[in-house]
Design a protein around this ligand. Structure first.
Ligand SMILES: NC(=O)c1ccc[n+]([C@@H]2O[C@H](COP(=O)([O-])OP(=O)(O)OC[C@H]3O[C@@H](n4cnc5c(N)ncnc54)[C@H](OP(=O)(O)O)[C@@H]3O)[C@@H](O)[C@H]2O)c1
Length: 288
């Protein structure tokens, strides 16, 4: 599994299997165990998905050592009188782990005091309860707020990212670049799964044909979308209920990069369409 080095020196595997959409609120034991057995090392869960417990079961069932894995979880809301440390310790108990690799603030709108929250996150990293700290669904205004007080800047911002939010994401990508924050994409397959027929398919098909010819085996539109994310320096957080799709996702690391011309064509054609599948309220409130 290829990795990216984060701004805190830790490395993150570039492909993660998530338990938040298809597996939301469901028992993830078998899905996680299977994903690990076929080669996934990066597992993405969250308190809000209500399945950290079964993610922990899946890790145990896989028989793989914890040290081979990279586990991300996310803080949801903090009930009155609870500290972030207590909340993370509860997640660790469910996951049956001593630490997570990455702990994220799931949604900035859940927290009235982002600056204070971030200082608590820094304390958790200091204590070794999480190796890295980051955020999710943050817009420039939220990142700038915590960057004012951060001793440790966020390592990752997990956001919806694909060609149909390419244009709308220009501002946040600029902030990522300024502070060496790595983007992690969820919903990356949206142009073919949730919003088909909006114009990107002919571009993807052209690249599919070029790469298939070069590598000598079939390639899919989904794999090309993942290659676009890789070219953008993003981590891909995806999911599937099908074992053959797990393999399809994993094969991407053996494929060559898309060219700069191919990247630009996806940017241009995708950038003319706007389709956001998740958490649109954030963007109604904050998109300039
Ligand atoms: N931080 C956040 O706020 C947030 C929000 C949303 C998601 N996430 C994380 O990101 C993970 C992945 O999210 P996502 O579901 O949006 O990922 P995605 O990669 O955009 O979509 C994955 C889905 O696409 C389907 N799929 C893949 N290839 C397909 C094809 N060729 N034709 C039709 N369907 C296809 C899969 O279904 P099959 O089962 O049929 O393969 C799977 O359900 C979540 O589980 C969660 O961990 C985070």
């Amino acid at each position: 599994m290829s990795t990216i080095t984060l701004n805190d020196g830790n490395t993150i595997p570039t492909l993660a299997i998530g338990t938040g959409t298809a597996l939301f609120g469901k028992d993830a034991t078998n899905a996680i165990s299977l994903a690990i057995q076929v080669g996934f090392t990066h597992l993405d869960t969250a308190q809000a998905y209500n399945n950290e417990d079964s993610v922990g079961e899946g890790i145990l069932k896989s028989g793989h050592d914890r040290s081979e894995l990279y586990v991300t979880t996310k803080l949801w809301k903090l009930p009155e009188g609870t500290t972030v440390e207590e909340s993370l310790r509860e997640s660790l108990k469910k996951l049956k782990l001593d630490y997570v690799d990455l702990f994220l603030i799931h949604n900035p709108l859940n927290h009235p005091d982002l600056k204070g929250l971030w200082k608590e996150f820094e304390g958790l990293k200091e204590k070794g309860l999480t190796k890295s700290i980051g955020v999710s669904n943050f817009q420039p205004v939220h990142l700038n707020e915590i960057l004012e007080v951060a001793t440790v800047p966020p390592a990752v911002n997990q956001i919806e990212y694909h060609p149909y939010v390419f244009t709308a994401s220009t501002g946040i990508i600029d902030v990522h670049k300024q502070h060496n924050i790595i983007g992690a994409s969820y919903g990356g397959l949206t142009p073919i799964v949730r919003a088909p027929g909006k114009g990107i398919e002919p571009v993807l098909d052209k690249i599919v044909a070029r790469i298939a010819k070069d590598v000598g085996h079939p390639v899919t539109q989904g794999q090309v979308l993942q290659l676009w994310l890789r070219k953008k320096g993003f981590v891909t957080v995806t999911t599937t209920s099908k074992v053959e799709r797990l393999q399809e996702y994993l094969v991407v690391h053996t494929l060559p990069d898309i060219t700069s011309e191919e990247e630009e064509e996806i940017d241009t054609v995708g950038g003319k369409v706007h389709y956001r599948a998740f958490v649109s309220i954030l963007f109604v409130l904050y998109h300039p």
